[in-house]
Write a protein that binds this ligand. Structure first.
Ligand code: PMP
Length: 362
């Protein structure tokens, strides 16, 4: 994406222009080795360096403690849903899930294939995350799982759940590296990269080393955390291009000023958009309670869910080169995703369009 084209897709989402250009420049001959990175052997020294640097940069950006391992897996987000269950549930045969939206629900349903799953609170239908004191956590559960940012409904946890002695597992597919947090509060963090961190194909696992060796026998080798760790994430051919792009995005984040900067920008961008919704007197409407609203994914309806009006909005937005604004098919409407690569200027241009559209159509 370049020039005046602006991409607000949830995922695959916008990748920084600088990263795309750099990848383009070296696509035919990676660092002048004479062939493309997509043709590079995963057993080569050049790939070992790509693999190691991506790990090191992620460790540095997130301040990952030395007793945590970083793993690269195939299978994207949903592959990781299965991997989490198969690697961890064996401890006690049962796990707790905090289902606050669609992605955590899908994860819980997947996990049911491998053990007993109990929800820690009844599924909320209003986007309200219950206070931690109202959660029923089984102290014997093998782990407690939640999704830190529900990409479809635009719900983000404003707190890290206190799971006491139970290992905490978080899906951060759509908000990893958009804010600082303390990795040591978690047992496992999972993320697919195509939302905010690169190109589809790669799943990341950050795992406390004491949790590595608990997989069920049925767990496939390519999802087995202990094995992947032993092979330094090169058990079989990894998604090389995806890891290469991920590495470039990490360096871009470092050059921009790291997580402090990403967090500050995400607050600024989301405030601009939420203020526009608020000032629209209900023309644009997001129904998530303020304290649980996502900084990254902002779904809204127009004119109380007027589908014709929403289609008109999408068409006119595209004419202005504002792309990928269609809401997820399960909830409809519009969704603005403000991944790290989306600039304040992108959001400014969008809200100006929204104001004009409202004036002309209400
Ligand atoms: N978790 C979250 C929070 C997501 O947003 C998504 C992707 N939409 C997934 C998991 C699933 O990712 P994938 O499509 O790579 O399986």
């Amino acid at each position: 994406m370049s020039n005046n084209n602006r991409n607000f897709g949830a995922g695959p989402g916008k990748i920084p222009d600088e990263v795309l250009k750099e990848a383009q420049l070296e696509f035919l001959s990676y660092q002048n080795i004479g062939f493309s990175v997509t043709e590079l052997s995963h057993r080569s020294e050049a790939y070992a360096k790509i693999n190691q640097e991506a790990q090191d940069d992620l460790r540095e950006l997130l301040n990952v403690p030395s007793n945590y391992k970083i793993l690269f897996l195939h299978g994207g987000g949903q592959g990781l849903f299965s991997a989490v269950a198969m690697n961890l549930i064996g401890e006690n045969g049962t796990a707790n899930y905090a289902v606050a939206g669609i992605w955590s629900k899908i994860a819980a349903n997947e996990a049911k294939k491998y053990g007993r799953i109990d929800l820690v609170f009844p599924e909320p239908d209003s986007g309200t995350i219950p206070a931690i004191n109202d959660w029923t956590i089984n102290p014997k559960a093998s782990y407690l799982y939640y999704c830190d940012n529900e990409t479809i409904q635009g719900i983000e946890f404003p707190f890290v759940p206190d799971s006491k002695e139970v290992p905490l597992v978080a899906d951060m597919s759509s908000n990893l590296l958009t804010r600082k947090f303390d990795v040591s509060k978690f047992g496992v963090i999972i993320a697919a990269v195509q939302k905010n961190l690169g190109t589809a194909g790669l799943g990341i696992v950050i795992i406390k080393d004491t949790l590595l060796d608990k997989a069920l026998n049925i767990c496939p080798s390519i999802l087995n955390f202990k094995l992947i760790n032993e092979y330094e994430s090169i058990l079989n051919t990894p998604p090389i291009f995806s890891i290469y792009m991920f590495g470039k995005v990490l360096k871009w984040i470092k050059n921009q000023g790291g997580l402090d900067k990403m967090e500050q920008l995400s607050i600024q961008k989301s405030q601009l958009l939420y203020n526009t919704l608020k000032q629209s007197n209900g023309f644009y409407h997001n129904n998530i309670p303020e304290q649980n609203r996502s900084r990254i994914n902002v779904p809204f309806r127009i004119n109380k869910g007027d589908v014709d009006m929403e289609n008109k909005f999408l068409k006119e937005a595209e004419e202005r080169k504002l792309f990928q604004l269609k809401g997820h098919k399960l909830v409809g409407g519009i969704r603005v995703s403000m991944n790290n690569a989306v600039t304040c200027e992108d959001v400014q241009v969008l809200v100006e369009f929204m104001k004009e559209f409202q004036q002309e159509n209400q």
